[in-house]
Design a protein around this ligand. Structure first.
Ligand code: ADP
Ligand code: ZN
Ligand code: ZN
Length: 804
């Protein structure tokens, strides 16, 4: 019987990784387990804070003062198992953060806030449940006496009750658009006679309405669109003419409902390269080796099939599998492929789900109902037990690194969990990060290369257009004559094209032609971006919004010009150049609404458009057989960034986007427009030469002393007053410097490239090192000592992916 508990508490102003000792009230002494959340009094005023039980014991702690007692127990059973608790401890050390934030990161957000917690009957009523529930269907957990909770615990073990979190937005009804025909068949026929013959869509609509004129229930618009390609815009026309009414129809929320009924796919017959890969991975699984495989496979080499069949092998052994995908909302096709193979065994976790949906998926995993988890970064914490395989697709993607505390990289967490479970990890990419590729070179990871596409088609031919020459010929900035000509050809052959606008840095800002004044955010130090849809200027960092200026704020000139190439601008340009083309645009603006991203891809897949125009988000994971042309409008944008990974990013992006062309039996072609045709990243991407790029880039990194030859840590201090931030960073430098060996390099301190964000000033220094035994200790100490005191904020970022 444990009488004492060690608890990690959540005190925002005084974070610490040290557990505090508490006494366990008598009623809980044989129940309280490690991993349960509690409420405890803390500090002088004994204010109530949340905490996690990380240990229990029978012997009194070595503590002189009076021991406080746990005030409330929040869970009937642990929400974090022993593996995840151990992981939190390690992660806090590794990322210079606090265990409490690691623990909270692991749980679905519904469990972080104060949601109402209900106890519900799940089995048949028994005398015991009847006594507690007393005719009610559910009880509010917060109102229950400890004795009652104790009884409920027993009932829960018999599966008679369950605990559920209820969040208020869950009750919110979701609706879809639907239409209601208003006329009779005869009236529709009469209306059709008045519509000009060439208004084909209106005739289609009338035909549809006529066929459904007798239907009384509203007709779902998504379904109509799927059947007839008539969209909401056509319905508005119909509504204006009095043919129909548009209504909102209530619907059930299941993000992947349509996949539940989809037929299951069968494993494909593997190519020789794929078969070798699957065999190596499953052998490591059988031998319980925490081996790391780097699958370096050209785009279209069938990496996904390797993942699926390796997962299949793990499940066959009764184990579970975790598959990480970068920001999964971006690749609904991937979810479809995994769900298509493993059906209801799959749980999906990503930021595009509502809190309620995510919590439901998490519970399915926790209860062992789902054996396969597909998810974005934070899914790496999925509470799977008996893990047999971890896969990380597109392992080079920077979205695997979290920007806020805890600043973890999902790859590091995946490797930790694999060691814990003695299971293999598969890192897959056509363009592995230099860090991973060099580890494979050293034999730390096992390299598996796939040099051929699964369909044995050649990789697409890439043509590079020098836009410096092009500018002399025409006035159009965005489209070379070659690209236009090829787009035109695709229209004639009814093939599809993908156009990527590399939109990084300062795209559509407003500048005065007389004085060069650029409108900036009053809170941050960066240019405001022009948004045509809302007719406003917005700050992408803090959300500040203001009207588009008519006169220059600096010199009152009226000569204000819009600079850069936003997707909207390119779209309107394209509409003029190719009026007959049907264009779908995919960028942050058109995909902001939930499900919008999947919808655009579905429309493109259904051939409702000829051209998919988008930002980087179109580069990844799309697999459309009829895409035969990929155009990159501006390959250079990322090259200009003040970041040593600029070339690597450019190479990766060009390779990824090129891989979208010619994936089925039709040959693919890629046109890359650039002002730097001689740059090695562009030259080597043109020849799909990852290995060449790797060699070249490694040489440069070696000369300049960058990763992967050095480790890096970025230390940042921020304050509302610029000099306070500067003072702090110099003080930290003086604290770190004496602990470093002469082999380490300290860069800075400097103001950050964007020095002010959201009214705070940022100063930073970078530590480059190979082996510094003292460094961890001193940084951990800095973290503990400097917590949001005097308005200063410190962050320590191991292996930062962005230095801007
Ligand atoms: P990658 O992820 O390596 O870019 P994918 O896994 O998307 O490649 O595979 C590319 C295409 O090849 C897909 O359409 C896939 O269905 C197909 N494919 C993969 N493996 C095989 C196989 N063994 N036989 C036939 N087709 C395959
Ligand atoms: Zn001006
Ligand atoms: Zn701002």
């Amino acid at each position: 019987m444990a009488q004492f508990a060690q608890i990690i508490v959540d005190v925002p102003t005084l974070q610490t990784n040290r557990p505090y000792d508490y006494a366990i009230p008598l009623v809980w002494q044989d129940q309280l387990q490690v991993g349960i959340r509690v409420v405890v009094p803390f500090g002088k005023g004994s204010r109530q804070v949340q905490g996690f039980v990380v240990g229990t014991s029978d012997t009194p702690p070595d503590y002189a003062g009076e021991l406080k007692t746990i005030a409330q127990v929040l869970d009937l059973q642990p929400v974090l198992n022993t593996e995840l608790l151990a992981l939190a401890k390690w992660l806090a050390q590794w990322t210079f953060s606090f265990q409490i934030s690691c623990m909270q990161t692991m749980l679905p957000s519904m469990m972080k806030a104060s949601y109402t917690k209900k106890v519900r009957l799940t089995g048949a009523a028994t005398p015991a449940t009847a006594a507690i529930f007393n005719g009610q269907a559910e009880l509010d957990f917060a109102d229950l006496a400890p004795e009652t909770i104790k009884q409920l615990l027993k009932l829960q073990r018999q599966n008679l009750v369950e605990v559920d979190y209820q969040v208020h937005d869950r009750a919110k009804i979701k609706t879809i658009k639907a239409i209601q025909p208003l006329l009779s068949v005869a009236e529709y026929t009469a209306a059709a006679a008045k519509v000009p013959a060439n208004a084909k869509r209106q005739h289609d609509l009338l035909a549809y309405l006529s066929a459904h004129a007798t239907t009384t229930a509203p007709l779902s618009l998504p379904q109509i669109t799927a059947e007839t390609q008539l969209t909401l815009a056509h319905m508005h026309t119909g509504a204006d003419k009095g043919w129909l009414r548009i209504v909102d129809l209530e619907t059930y929320r299941d993000p992947y409902a349509e996949l539940a009924t989809a037929p299951r796919t069968q494993p494909l017959t593997l190519t020789a390269e794929q078969a070798t890969a699957v065999e190596q991975i499953t052998t490591a699984g059988q031998q319980q080796q925490a081996k790391v495989f780097l699958v370096e496979g050209v785009t279209g080499s069938g990496k996904t099939e390797i993942y699926l069949q390796s997962i299949q092998a793990a499940i066959a052994k009764g184990q579970t599998a975790l598959m990480l995908v970068p920001e999964i909302g971006l690749t609904p096709q991937m979810v479809t492929r995994v769900k298509g193979r493993f059906g209801a065994h799959v749980a999906v976790l990503h930021s595009g789900l509502s809190n309620g949906e995510r919590y439901d998926e998490w519970r399915r995993i926790e209860r062992g109902e789902a054996q396969v988890v597909v998810g974005a970064r934070s899914a790496v914490f999925a509470p799977l037990t008996n893990l047999g395989l971890i896969i990380m697709d597109e392992e080079h993607e920077s979205s695997y690194k979290q920007d806020d505390m805890p600043r973890y990289h999902a790859r590091d967490v995946a490797l930790w969990r694999a060691r814990y479970h003695h299971c293999p990890v598969v890192l897959g990419s056509a363009t592995p990060s230099l860090e991973s590729r060099s580890r494979a070179q050293k034999g730390v990871y096992q390299l598996i290369r796939l040099k051929e596409r699964a369909n044995h088609q050649p990789l697409p031919e890439v043509t590079v257009v020098d836009m410096k020459d092009e500018l002399k010929q025409t006035k159009e900035d965005n489209f070379s004559s070659l690209l236009l000509q090829e787009l035109h050809k695709r229209l004639l052959h009814q093939e599809q094209s993908v156009l990527m606008l590399n939109r990084r840095g300062f795209s559509s800002f407003v500048m005065c032609r007389d004085c060069g004044f650029v409108l900036k955010c009053p809170n941050c130090d960066i240019s405001l971006t022009l948004h045509m849809d809302t007719h406003s200027m917005k700050c992408h960092y803090c959300g500040h919004e203001e009207a588009i200026p008519q006169v220059c704020a600096n010199c009152q000139s009226r000569k204000i010009r819009y600079y850069g190439t936003g997707t909207q601008k390119v779209e309107s340009e394209l509409k003029v150049l190719l009026p007959e083309a049907r264009i779908l645009r995919m960028d942050v603006d058109t995909t902001r609404r939930k499900g919008a991203h999947a919808k655009i891809l579905r429309q493109f897949g259904n051939h409702q458009a000829d051209i998919l125009l988008g930002t980087q988000m179109i580069a990844k994971g799309l697999d459309f057989p009829d895409v035969t042309l990929v155009g990159v409008l501006n390959a250079d944008t990322a090259l200009g960034l003040p970041d040593f990974r600029a070339s690597e990013r450019t190479f990766q992006l060009l390779t990824q986007v090129s891989g979208r062309a010619g994936r089925a039996d039709k040959k693919g072609e890629v046109i890359v427009q650039t002002y730097n045709p001689e740059h090695y990243a562009i030259r080597l991407a043109r020849h799909h030469d990852y290995e060449g790029f790797y060699q070249r880039e490694m040489t440069l990194r070696h000369q300049a002393g960058y990763p992967p030859y050095y480790y890096t840590i970025l230390v940042t201090a921020s304050h509302e007053e610029e000099n306070e931030a500067a003072k702090k960073i110099f003080q930290l430098m003086n604290q770190v410097k004496p602990a470093l060996s002469p082999q380490a390099v300290l860069l800075g301190p400097t103001p950050r490239a964007i020095a002010r964000v959201n009214k705070r000033y940022y100063y930073q220094m970078v530590i480059k090192y190979k082996h510094e035994p003292q460094l961890e200790k001193i940084l951990t100490q800095i973290m503990q000592e400097n917590q949001a005191r005097n308005g200063i904020q410190i962050s320590i970022d191991r292996e930062p992916l962005s230095f801007i």
